[in-house]
Ligand binder design. Structure first.
Ligand SMILES: *Cc1c(COP(=O)(O)O)cnc(C)c1O
Length: 472
């Protein structure tokens, strides 16, 4: 047994670090070791229990109601507010869309209205559940949704309007009250995606930050999502979808008695649900409590302020929009400093032990690097910024990554619809994405090439890459 665990430990050593604030995407670290210990112990206590039947495992029912109640309290819910614990933010968003669609069975071709900064989870929902997407450009300077444009996009087929608090890519909160004002008048639901901000913005507000209204206190908001595996610092696999009342929730519940087995009753997309993540989240949320989260928000806010100021003072870089929360996206300033590229900056940061996340240009948003800042970043801001300066210098010395114009032209002309599996395999090899040596250390040349590909082609290329990765 120790051999097996040693092997697992060795495999895990090849991953990005999940602790210590060096990975500025994907992971959320409170910096408190006892939080991990209590989560692991609680997870082990309940991972064999099955949320499929709350009457068989009433402990899980109790834990879920506790967490939903806690989330509702944090987000301005009322006595009627109900919710569901899901496996993550994407599942919460999917269920919000499903509930909205199925509440309007009379609409034959339902649609959702999204700002173009909405999380990709809503694109997935539209894809899975067959809804039309009406994607509305955000303001070019602030990256916030434009209420008038959102209102104008609503039509008779619209079942849901979405806004973010904040958006993942730029960390800005959409003008929720103005957007929500238009929805109910048209009989349309309004979802606030607070997956990443819902457990930290309320504490920022308590610390005196100027947080614009974004929760159930805003009239017209019918549902909200908040991920506990983000700023509630819980182990992965837990999010909460809240509905302003039980009637709004009913249409994502599913029952089937149409088979010889147990009557399947599912509040979520899953049926069997591990009690592990739920119990771990319950333990962490109760262990940290209001004071714990307030302290974590305080140090996180300090880290954000310092890192933001450091990036702003860095010649050649500029922050996109005016971030409201814990996320920062920065790009290059205009022309004078064009002698480097951001993909190389990301690679240079990796060499120095930091993971920052490249974001491709989309709509009015230029190519940029994203930082998710958590409590664990507090204390190493100076080191982070010094390494960022060194990385920009190194990227300048390296010069911009050039894509062979002939290759770029070839890629741009490809039609993902007509490419065969063999052609994709050849392309992936040519792009350096698959090969005998595993993933290359430096991603800049690959990212630069991917950046030239139109979005549908980039999606397909990366899916083929994923398929190649997931081959035993
Ligand atoms: C993270 C995130 C999601 C999706 O959450 P997952 O837990 O990764 O499925 C949705 N919306 C926003 C704004 C997010 O930040």
């Amino acid at each position: 047994m120790t051999d097996i665990l040693a092997e697992l430990r060795q495999l895990r050593a090849g991953d990005l670090p999940t602790h210590g604030g060096h990975t500025l995407a994907y992971v959320y670290d409170s910096g408190l070791s006892e939080v991990d210990e209590i989560a692991a112990a609680a997870h082990a206590l309940a991972s064999s229990a099955n949320g499929l039947d709350p009457t068989a495992f009433p402990s899980l029912l109790r834990l879920e109601n506790d967490l939903v109640g806690r989330a509702a309290g944090l987000l301005g819910g009322s006595a009627g507010t109900v919710g569901t614990v899901t496996s993550g933010g994407t599942e919460s968003c999917l269920l919000a869309v499903l509930a909205a669609r199925d509440a309007r069975p009379g609409i034959t071709a339902p649609s959702i209205v999204l700002p173009d900064t909405a999380h990709a989870a809503f694109h997935k929902a539209a894809h899975l559940f067959g809804l039309r997407k009406i994607v509305v450009p955000v303001d070019a300077e602030t990256f916030r949704a434009v209420p008038d444009a959102m209102a104008a996009a609503i039509d008779e087929s619209t079942v849901l309007v979405v806004a973010s608090a904040p958006s993942y890519a730029h960390g800005v909160v959409d003008p929720i009250p103005e957007i929500a004002a238009a929805a109910p008048a048209r009989g349309v639901r309004m979802h606030v995606d607070a997956c990443i901000g819902g457990w930290v913005l309320p504490y920022f507000a308590k610390l005196g930050a100027d947080v614009s209204p974004f929760d159930f206190r805003v009239p017209g908001v019918t549902s909200m999502s908040v991920d506990l595996h983000k700023y509630a610092y819980c182990a992965k696999g837990v999010s909460v979808l809240l509905h302003a009342n039980a009637e709004l929730r009913r249409t994502h519940y599913f029952a089937s008695a149409a088979w010889p087995g147990y009557t399947m009753l599912n509040p979520t997309l899953q049926s069997t649900r591990s009690g592990g993540p739920l119990a771990a989240a319950w333990a962490v949320v109760n262990h940290l409590g209001e004071d714990g989260y307030l302290r974590l928000a305080e140090v996180t806010r300090e880290a954000v302020t310092r890192i933001r100021a450091g990036v702003e003072n860095q010649p050649g870089l500029r922050i996109l929009g005016d971030p409201d929360s814990t996320l920062i996206a920065f790009t290059k300033t205009g022309t004078a400093d064009d002698g480097f590229d951001l993909f190389t900056v990301a690679d240079e940061m990796k060499v120095r032990g930091w993971y920052v996340q490249p974001q491709f240009a989309h709509g009015g948003s230029p190519l940029n690097l994203h930082l998710t800042i958590t409590a664990a970043n507090h204390g190493s801001e100076t080191e982070f910024l010094a390494d960022l300066t060194a990385s920009v210098t190194a990227a300048r010395e390296a010069g911009p990554t050039s894509v062979d114009p002939a290759v770029a032209a070839f890629v741009a002309a490809l039609d993902p619809e007509t490419l065969t599996a063999d052609q994709f395999a050849g392309l992936l090899t040519a792009a350096g994405l698959v090969g005998d040596a595993g993933l290359p250390e430096r991603m800049a040349p690959i990212n630069a090439l991917l950046a030239t590909a139109p979005e549908p082609l980039r999606e397909r290329l990366l899916l083929e890459f994923l398929g190649a990765l997931y081959t035993p």
